[in-house]
Ligand binder design. Structure first.
Ligand code: ZN
Length: 194
């Protein structure tokens, strides 16, 4: 989804790990939230990591709402219970980047590349690269139709982001098989020699 700030900036929420987005939980809902988490753990978690369960399957997730801060002007948007966003203007111009990670500059993100010889039903493209990092000048999402360009761009981005200390994980999947994987502290795995 996307929306426009009153300053004219287009705010786009189509990827994860956005530096200008956060979730909030009403103080009045806190007890219910942790109660539901506890119940889910007691019931035995479904397959998948705890993180997947919390993000996708646990109903208490829906007790959380979203807030955004316009990266251009600093205006804040809070979501109400019907999903509508309400815009607030900060009193000072210092209130920027309020919704970034507590790690601030040290936060490390992710690089993902996916290629399918047959484009998925939701796109006309075969290749996708998603970049989640602290460097907001980099594109968040790229599409490709030629595999050589796609792989070259992935490894070029991987080297740059790794050298700059901007990522904790990078992964490249070709037709659902891993061609390359790298994790901070664990190094590289995979069949590719970049
Ligand atoms: Zn704005």
């Amino acid at each position: 989804m996307h929306f426009y700030c009153s300053c004219g900036n287009r705010i786009s929420d189509i990827t994860d790990f956005l530096s200008f987005k956060a979730s909030f939980l009403a103080d009045q809902d806190e007890d219910d939230y942790f109660g539901q988490v506890e119940q889910a753990v007691q019931d035995g978690l479904p397959a998948g990591s705890l993180l997947d369960v919390l993000a996708i399957q646990l109903p208490s997730r829906y007790l959380c709402r979203s807030m955004y801060q316009c990266p251009q002007c600093g205006n804040l948007f809070l979501e109400d219970t019907s999903g509508k966003l309400h815009e607030f203007v900060p009193k000072t111009s210092e209130a920027q980047g309020l919704l970034r990670s507590v790690e601030q500059e040290k936060w490390r993100g992710f690089l993902h590349g996916y290629w399918n010889d047959t484009p998925p039903s939701w796109s006309e493209h075969c290749g996708f690269i998603e970049i989640n990092s602290n460097d907001t000048s980099l594109p968040g999402y790229l599409t490709f139709d030629e595999r050589k360009n796609f792989e070259e761009r992935y490894f070029e981005l991987f080297e740059t982001l790794k050298q700059r200390g901007l990522i904790r994980f990078a992964g490249l999947k070709i037709n659902r098989d891993w061609l390359h994987r790298w994790s901070q502290g664990k190094g590289e795995q995979g069949n590719a020699t970049p």
